[in-house]
Design a protein around this ligand. Sequence first.
Ligand code: HEM
Length: 141
Amino acid sequence: MKQDTSALVQTSWKKVAAIAPQAAALFYGNLFEADPSLKPLFKTDMRTQGNKLMQTIGFAVGKLDDLDALVPILQNLGQRHAGYGVREPHYQTVGAALVKTLEQGLGADFTPAVREAWTHVYGVMAEVMIAAAKSAPGKPA
Ligand code: HEM
């Protein structure tokens, strides 16, 4: 991960983390607007789910400069997601909902460089999760 990419993501995430519950609500609103058919995959109440999502993104963002620690966590997360019924194309929908949420949450701070850094970071996270899901026996992504 390039230093400036992780720094841009980490700095911008701090602002989103400060409004975590609202950001999580915005995110699910964006996601279900983009693809309402994803709703039934989510069984846990949205507040708990939203907290976990924000915590995990926060954790991942904090570990961007320590990929040795981050990759196995994402691999496990990707394998669990296959079990939730998540498939490869869903990652693109979630990525777009995340970028839209960051845009809404950050306003003018969501500069083109910040957008590019997040797109890269989410893309790498999704790639690791998808690859791990594919290698999980009996659970194609
Ligand atoms: C970087 C990408 C993602 C991150 C960091 C993430 C994070 C999480 C976390 C932390 C959980 C809680 C359960 C656990 O730890 O296993 C979870 C559950 C879940 N995620 Fe994700 N996720 C990502 C991508 C996706 C995608 C692409 C989908 C597709 C719709 C998705 C749908 C779900 C569903 C359906 C659950 C289970 C909800 C439930 O049981 O109610 N996630 N996710």
